[in-house]
Design a protein around this ligand. Structure first.
Ligand code: NAP
Length: 429
């Protein structure tokens, strides 16, 4: 066998603890598959005295994670998290010291991906991140290496397990968003501060990376429009079911005639299609690979074992000598994406208005929609309750987002309309 691949891990929490355990317990099998031993030689975390899942007492400990960049290691595995701070400093130091880096840190790469890719390339080392997008699903490798022949037209997916868990639970129980979120936090399915998850930011980080791989561009968060799931009500989910759809938070990057359309938003996904059927904390990605057609991958997007599995896959690639470019092509050739203007996006829309049940309200809404040339495919107004607030729900024919938004702004200004109208795009699945 050739020389061992020496690994150092920074961060021994959920993911780092899992990776250390696999390296220690399955080392023999990994060595046989890689054709060389894969050896854990250094570790760092915040608290040396914290009890860890595995016995790590024989592995060299470093209080300052940045010191790992200076030791005799071939690969630094960054599993601390955060877009800046110690994770960023460590990765920069490691790449600068000509050490390969493996990370699960989507925030870091979404913010600093092109700079770090260039640094890796200048130093002739790899920066791998399979675990950073959709956890255990091997979508990074698929987009970087497997689906090249015909190019990628679109990548769409459910990339945040917390949101999918909340939406699935709201559908199953009829509970409100707030109640399900509180329950998810108690069960450990949602963070104490869930903002990044429920607001769509985490999905945007992952989408920026997938988009970069798919379209040969530098990751650029500023080009992604982001909307979370906080405003979704059990009523919306109930209507979705009635119309034959399910509400999912999607990350979508799609090539259009106007440029690349990138967005994170709740969408009504046609029931019975693969994305609509993704339940609970699972993630899934559909990659539309030109003439090769769509590919659908589903699996666990988070948690110790799925994420550790993706990190180990990157380590195994490095053990076999695969040090290809970070985003699938040389960093210098990553172009800025030409972003499609959001107002020109075309979709059918679900619209829900909270209105006072008074004469003329429907005519007023219809008038504003007609003025913006939006035609209605179907409409539901359930119970009548004169003088009280009731919901009116409409599905439009395919229309430009800008025109729908204009009409909704005019409708929202009416004294017969209470609250902000809800607008959710329909997705074929
Ligand atoms: N958890 C998942 O399911 C999942 C899925 C996909 C991607 N990721 C990504 O994986 C990364 C790690 O996530 P995680 O869930 O494993 O986080 P975690 O459980 O909170 O663990 C973080 C680890 O980093 C250590 N740490 C914090 N500050 C440090 C510092 N200055 N120097 C050295 N170590 C430091 C902590 O030390 P102590 O243990 O001593 O406190 C802890 O071991 C993040 O980028 C995350 O986005 C996680």
């Amino acid at each position: 066998m050739t020389a061992p691949l020496r690994i150092a891990i920074a961060g021994l929490g959920t993911v780092g603890g899992g990776v250390a355990e696999v390296l220690l317990e399955r080392g023999q099998d990994l060595a046989e598959r890689a054709g060389r031993p894969v050896k854990l030689v250094g570790i760092s975390a915040r608290d040396r005295n914290k009890s860890r899942k595995s016995d790590l007492s024989s592995i060299a400990w470093f209080d300052d994670c940045r010191a790992l960049a200076t030791i005799d290691a071939d690969v630094i595995v960054e599993l601390i998290g955060g877009e800046d701070g110690p994770a960023y400093e460590l990765v920069k130091a490691a790449l600068g010291a000509r050490k390969h880096v493996v990370t699960a840190n989507k925030a870091l790469l979404a913010h600093h991906g092109s700079e770090l890719a260039a640094l890796a390339e200048r130093n002739g080392v790899a920066l791998k991140f399979e675990a950073a997008a959709a956890g255990g699903i091997p979508i990074v490798k698929a987009l970087r290496e497997s689906l090249l022949a015909y190019g990628i037209d679109a990548v769409r997916g459910i990339l945040n397990g917390t949101c999918n868990y909340i939406l699935t639970k709201m559908e199953a129980t009829g509970q409100s968003f707030g109640d399900v979120l509180a329950e998810a936090q108690k069960l450990g399915f949602a963070e104490a501060d869930p903002t990044l998850d429920i607001g769509g930011g985490d999905t945007a980080h992952k989408l920026a990376l997938l988009s970069s791989l798919a379209f040969g561009a530098a990751p650029d968060l500023s080009l992604i429009t982001v909307e979370g799931i906080e405003h979704i009500t059990p009523e919306d989910i109930g209507y979705a079911r009635e119309f034959g759809y399910r509400v999912k938070l999607l990350g979508i990057a799609r090539r259009t005639a106007d440029g690349i359309d990138q967005r994170v938003q709740p969408a009504m996904v046609k029931a019975g299609t693969p994305l609509a059927d993704v339940e609970g904390p699972f993630n899934a990605v559909v990659a539309h690979a030109g003439a090769a057609g769509p590919f659908f991958l589903e699996g666990r997007g988070a948690g110790e074992a799925p994420t550790a599995s993706a990190v180990i896959a990157d380590i195994m690639d490095l053990a076999r000598g695969d040090v290809g470019p970070v985003f699938g092509r040389p960093a210098g050739t990553l172009k800025p994406l030409r972003a499609a203007p959001p107002e020109r996006r075309k979709s059918a829309y679900y619209l829900r208005f909270q209105v006072l049940d008074v004469p003329g309200v429907l005519a007023e809404i219809a008038g504003h929609l007609a003025q913006s040339e939006i035609s209605i495919q179907s409409m539901v107004q359930r119970a009548r309750s004169p003088g009280e607030a009731v919901s009116i729900v409409m599905i439009t024919h395919e229309s430009p987002q800008g025109a729908v938004t204009r009409a909704l702004n005019a409708i929202a200004a009416s004294d017969k309309v209470t609250g902000r109208p809800c607008m959710i795009p329909m997705e074929a699945g």
